[in-house]
Design a protein around this ligand. Structure first.
Ligand code: CO
Length: 213
């Protein structure tokens, strides 16, 4: 049986290098993790969360899925958010999309991909809601890129509307929710949405009872 020996070798060298550069690094991490940031990003292999913001192990709590979705019916995403906010006490939630996202592009097309078609269905709904604006764009790649931006904004809204963030804000826990987009072509991040820090920035229908409005 092949055991991906080259990856174990790369791991050994990496651990050795880190330990040489920062003695005690792994022992310190053993105690606890205290990340300030939760990253909700795309699974795309070209958008590795820690690397593109140059953060070390222990500094970024990460959730990735196809096309950086956050849904109030996804137990996985909700659990990550709840744990990050309530237990780890992260200060920032970053939803990061990227231009050229295959999941978003697939949502614009009519290819049958299988189970994943259900995962990206919400992006089709989003495209349908914005079909006037998207229809004005002349080529498919511009429509795809604009939908990548709209998708980030929608997922930021979904995070802000969640009972987890609403409850944290109601209790005075300072959580900032950010919407970013990454360009594969130059490795640069850009802020896409305003930074959301309070219930007043969210429609009242999503507020929890007792929220300051
Ligand atoms: Co993607």
């Amino acid at each position: 049986m092949r055991t991906l020996k080259h990856l174990f070798e790369k791991n050994r060298l990496w651990a050795q290098r880190v330990a040489a550069q920062q003695p005690g690094f792994f022992k310190e991490l053993l105690g606890l993790q205290r990340p300030e940031y939760l990253w909700i990003g795309c699974s795309d292999s070209r958008v590795p969360a820690n690397q593109i913001v140059d953060l070390q192990p222990g500094e970024l709590f990460v959730h990735r899925n196809i096309a950086n979705q956050f849904s109030n019916t996804d137990l996985n995403g909700l659990s990550v958010l709840q744990y990050a906010v309530d237990v780890l006490k992260v200060k920032h939630v970053i939803v990061c999309g990227h231009y050229g996202c295959s999941g978003v592009q697939a949502a614009l097309g009519n290819l049958e991909l299988g189970l994943v078609d259900n995962w990206i269905r919400g992006i089709k709904d989003l495209a349908e809601r914005h079909n006037g604006e998207l229809g004005l764009l002349s080529d498919e790649s511009s429509r795809g890129d604009r939908l990548c931006e709209l998708n980030v904004a929608q997922q930021v809204a979904n995070v802000c509307h969640s009972t987890v963030v609403q409850s944290a804000w109601r209790h005075g826990q300072g959580i900032a929710v950010h919407g970013w987009i990454y360009r594969l072509g130059d490795g640069r991040l850009r802020e896409l949405t305003p930074c959301f820090t309070s219930p007043e920035q969210v429609p009242p229908i999503y507020h929890l009872p007792g929220s300051a409005t």
